[in-house]
Write a protein that binds this ligand. Sequence first.
Ligand code: ZN
Length: 256
Amino acid sequence: MNHVRHASSDDHVIVQNAQGQSCIVIVCEHASHFIPDPYKNLGMRNEDLQSHAAWDPGAMRVAQGISAHLDAQLVASGVSRLVYDCNRPPSAADAMPAQSETIQIPGNMDLTADDRNERAQLYYAPFRDQLSETIAAISNPVIATIHSFTPLYHGQARAVEIGILHDSDTRLADMMLQLSPVHTVADVRRNAPYGPEHGVTHTLQVHAIKAGHLNVMIEIRNDLIQTVEQQDRMADTLSKWLSESLQKLTSAKDMQ
Ligand SMILES: [Zn+2]
């Protein structure tokens, strides 16, 4: 893989509603399927370039909708997770996967330590630093990351429709699971279709758990957010659900 140099990598981190007044920070690590030109589409087949392997279809507009409803800042990555998965540490093999489900990613095979390090510097470091900076400017911040997953995985249909994911800090996830019947008729499950054992709680660990901030990761089955209307409705539902969950947690704390 030839080395890739960019004049600036700042434009690969997306910050929206930077003036947002909410204590909630919305995060979307898999917002984009964009692959910078020098990587030559990572040698992938055209039909795979916009598949769920490259990004989380629908997730960014849902994240934007929540950001708008709650007046929350949104931090997203502007490059495909196949270039660098911002929800993984540089040490993780799947930060730059050579295979995703059944899709081969030739441009990620045989990466040298220098190649990996360069991508981490170009795409992970600016994202991590921006998110840290955004969170540091808020007192008692709450971190909510928005993702989507494929309904069919290795040929198996997934019944779960919305996953509420957490690592060691379960507070916000517990409250959202408790309140889920009030907000949705969807099949909502804890730590499904992924959980911390799959390495998906990296952002939560680094940006929330270490400092004790409330946090949750929300995984939406992508067939439920295919159209703009569905995405906007999901954003509306999640906004109300998240804010009621936070209100209950805060008022429970005040009662102590
Ligand atoms: Zn994702």
